[in-house]
Each structure stands twice: as structure tokens, then as C-alpha cells.
Design a protein around this ligand. Structure first.
Ligand code: NAD
Length: 426
């Protein structure tokens, strides 16, 4: 057990010194310290500058989803995540989608919202009118902060002002609408929001507190759609099952949370691989799903006249190619190169298509054989490895557990002991 978590001056130490302090403060063995210290493909100096109190790295498996055709172009899609079945499911869904031409995807452009909160405003409605009257000045002040973005055609484009009734009385919220180009844009927008705040105070006579981007990026939407051939997906009965599954999610938030989680399996895995802020993606997705006041699916599913399945996805997708880890993390840069996307909106479109594919794969499995068969095959290998199986023993133990329908750690341990003994004597 750790005696004290007050590691005085920890942030000032070098990485090696931090590891020494950590080892002393915990029960880590030398081998475990080496494991923690390993940064994989990420140079130590880069890691040390990305976040604080760095001691090492944490590596996820990186897989490539195959078969994706989006807007007529083929993509090999990098996915970084820990969950078995996801990469296989995406590849399989993309293969089925190809039968009818693959995915179509569009976007609304990279518009983000920066919010400036004003309280203690004597006449909120008047303040609203006054702010809108000074729109040009406010936009200019915002754009003066980022000549680079403006030179590329981006920048603050519009101003929206709303009066909220809140727990602490009325407040005025000024919103900068910013085209962030190929950036995710949080830093760019936050800088602009902070810069215009004094002007906002002067115009309204109120006091500004928060100046921050909104992750409900509902002006930065991506849409993806695909037709899934009924024969290729397993027959009209499966189509009906998927349409019923969608109706279930639409009617029930308990199901809908899992429906949308399946979409995010794909979105977040590509986001991770490409150095995106996946917390921003999750926040955007779920707040958008609840925007109507009821939590809704991010996809819709219906049967067309031919009996084929038609899927559509619409969700915020705040991603960037400049700035953040997309720029600093070498593996993220390599993955973006593999994907071959040239703009942030193209990356968003790919991620929307992957989200739709992932949702299709999950619903198809649920509506036919059930999700566990495919899942358990891969899961059983993980259980075998965690029980100590190595080499060919991994598959042997996994197969036995599947045959016995006992995919459990205790059984894996028994099998490892039994089969490795058999191998030694045999
Ligand atoms: P950034 O500031 O590093 O890069 C954006 C800047 O790059 C622009 O302001 C522009 O000056 C320049 N640029 C160069 N070429 C460009 C191009 N083609 N298109 C657009 N801009 C170009 O990064 P960012 O995207 O503003 O911020 C992203 C980071 O902010 C992420 O790491 C994210 O995790 C973090 N963040 C997120 C939140 C949130 O989501 N709530 C809050 C704070 C910070």
C-alpha cells in the first residue's frame, strides 16, 4: 500500500527520478518499473511534454480495419483499442456495405462554438441586442488572435447571443461561431473567447466568468449512410431484427446507451489511433443524442423497397489534423498517413462511416446469433493469456474453454496446468 501520495516536487523531477520515487512509494518490482517506463513508439521527450508527471507510456493494440469504401474511395482504417471483436466487426460490416457501393458521407464544415458567460447583467435582453449590434467588432477582436487560421479561410464567422434562466438567475451567453479549418479547434476557440471577454463586459455592463469551447459541436456534424444488401447480411429476417433493435433503442434509453456505445467503439478507436481528443468526441456524441430532451440513437435503420437495410448516422465529429496529439504523436501521424485523409472533415467522414459500420455489425450479431459467440472466441484467448498460457497453448486452452462453454479464468488456469503437463510428458 502507498504510504503517502504527497510526492513533493514530483513534477520537477526527471523521468528517471520520478520512476525511482514511484518505485519507493509502491510495491513495484524492477520488471514492473521497466514495463511502466516503456513508451512504445512514443519518444520519451515527447511523452514528457504531452502531459504532466510522466513516468512512461501505455500501449494499446493497433489493428487495421479493412474493406472500407467511403465516397467511392478505399481506406485502410487504423483502430487502437483494447476490446476484442471491434476491428473484425468493422471490417466485416465494411465488406457487406461494399456490395451496394460502400458508404456515403458528408459534413457541415468545421464550425465550433466558443461560449462566454456573462452574469450580473442589469438588463439581459438589452445586453443581447447591444452585443449583436457590435458583432463586427467582436468578430474582428476574435480573428485578430489567429491570423494563421484566418489566412486559411477559417476564423470567427458569426455571433449568437442567448439569455438563459439559471439556478443563479438570468445570464447572458455570447457564442462565437468559429470555422476551425483542419484543427479540432479547442485552443483556437478558447483563445478567441478569452480575448473578446473584456469587450463583452464593457458592452453588457456585466461580469464574465467562463470563456470556453462547447463540446456539443452541433454545427460540426458528419452524416454517413449505407445500404446493406439483404442476402449479404444474412437474409430479410436479420433486416427485420435490426429494424426492431433500432426501434428498441429509440424507445428506451437503457438500450440506447448501449446502441450508441457500439457506435463509439468504432469512432473512439479510430480517434485514438489518429491522436484525437476522444473525451471531446464522447461528450459531443452523447450530448447531441440527448439534444431533443430525450436520449436518442445516433443512427437510424430502416428497410427499403427491395428489402435491403438502410442505415444513417448523424453526429458531431470535432477532429483535427493540426495541433494536439495528431501532430505530436508519431504513431498518430503514421496512422493518419495510412488512412490517407488530407483534411479534418475527411477524417470526420471516415470516422462517421466507421461508427455506422460498427453499429451495423453489433445489431446484426444481436439480431441473429447473439453477440457472445464472436466475442467469446476472442475473449477466450485473452482469458487464456491472463491465466499464463503462451505460444500454442493459447489456442489450445481457448478452444477447450469454448468447447466446454466455460470461458473463465479458473478453468483457464486448470487447463494451462493440465495441457502444459501433457506437453512436457508427451
Ligand atoms: P492548436 O492550437 O495546437 O492548433 C490550432 C492552430 O493551428 C490554429 O489556431 C491555427 O493557428 C493553426 N493552424 C495551422 N494550420 C491550420 C489549418 N490547416 N487549419 C486550422 N488551423 C491551422 O490546437 P486546437 O485544435 O486549437 O486544440 C486542440 C487541443 O485542445 C486538443 O489537444 C484538445 O485536447 C485540447 N483542448 C480541448 C478542450 C475541450 O474539448 N473542451 C479544452 C481545452 C483544450
Amino acid at each position: 500500500m502507498t504510504e503517502s501520495s504527497e510526492l513533493q516536487g514530483f513534477y520537477k523531477l526527471s523521468l528517471e527520478e520520478r520512476l525511482r520515487v514511484l518505485k519507493k512509494a509502491t510495491t513495484l518490482t524492477d520488471e514492473e518499473v521497466r514495463i511502466v517506463a516503456n513508451t512504445g513508439g512514443l519518444p520519451v521527450e515527447v511523452a514528457d511534454h504531452m502531459i504532466e508527471n510522466v513516468v512512461g507510456g501505455y500501449t494499446y493494440p493497433l489493428g487495421m480495419a479493412t474493406n472500407f469504401k467511403i465516397n467511392g474511395r478505399d481506406y485502410i482504417v487504423p483502430m487502437a483499442l483494447e476490446e476484442p471483436s471491434v476491428v473484425a466487426a468493422a471490417s466485416n460490416a465494411a465488406k457487406i456495405a461494399r456490395v451496394k457501393g460502400g458508404f456515403m458521407a458528408t459534413n457541415t464544415g468545421p464550425m465550433m462554438i466558443g461560449q462566454i458567460q456573462v452574469v450580473n447583467v442589469p438588463k439581459p435582453e438589452n445586453a443581447r441586442t447591444k452585443l449583436l449590434a457590435r458583432k463586427a467588432d467582436l468578430l474582428k477582436k476574435a480573428n485578430d488572435q489567429d491570423p494563421m487560421l484566418v489566412s486559411l479561410g477559417g476564423g470567427a464567422k458569426d455571433l449568437n447571443v442567448k439569455v438563459l434562466s439559471s439556478l443563479r438567475g438570468p445570464m447572458v451567453i455570447a457564442e462565437l461561431i468559429v470555422n476551425t479549418g483542419d484543427a479540432m479547434g479547442a485552443n483556437a476557440v478558447n483563445t478567441m473567447a478569452e480575448a473578446v471577454a473584456p469587450m463583452v463586459e464593457e458592452i453588457t455592463g456585466g461580469r464574465v466568468f467562463l470563456r470556453i469551447i462547447s463540446n456539443l459541436a452541433d454545427r460540426r456534424l458528419v452524416s454517413a449512410s449505407a445500404v446493406f444488401d439483404k442476402e449479404a447480411l444474412g437474409g430479410e429476417d436479420v433486416v427485420d431484427g435490426i429494424v426492431y433493435a433500432y426501434a428498441f433503442a429509440d424507445a428506451d434509453p437503457y438500450r440506447c446507451a448501449t446502441h450508441n456505445k457500439g457506435i463509439m467503439n468504432g469512432v473512439v478507436a479510430v480517434g485514438m489511433a489518429c491522436g484525437q481528443d476522444i473525451r471531446a468526441l464522447e461528450a459531443g456524441a452523447h450530448s447531441y443524442a440527448a439534444k431533443s430532451g430525450r436520449y436518442k440513437p445516433l443512427t437510424t435503420w430502416e428497410k427499403n423497397r427491395d428489402g435491403d437495410l438502410v442505415g444513417r448516422l448523424e453526429m458531431p465529429m470535432a477532429v483535427g489534423l493540426v495541433g494536439g496529439a495528431a501532430k505530436t504523436h508519431p504513431t498518430a501521424r503514421a496512422n493518419i498517413k495510412i488512412l490517407g485523409v488530407k483534411t479534418a472533415v475527411e477524417l470526420a467522414e471516415v470516422m462517421g462511416a466507421v461508427g455506422l459500420a460498427q453499429n451495423f455489425a453489433a445489431l446484426r450479431a444481436l439480431a441473429s446469433e447473439g453477440i457472445q459467440r464472436g466475442h467469446m472466441k476472442l475473449h477466450s484467448r485473452n482469458v487464456a493469456i491472463s491465466a499464463g498460457a503462451t505460444g500454442e497453448l493459447v489456442d489450445l486452452v481457448a478452444r477447450r474453454m469454448i468447447e466446454e462453454r466455460k470461458i473463465r479464468f479458473d478453468r483457464a488456469k486448470e487447463l494451462v496446468a493440465e495441457l502444459s503437463k501433457g506437453k512436457k510428458t508427451g
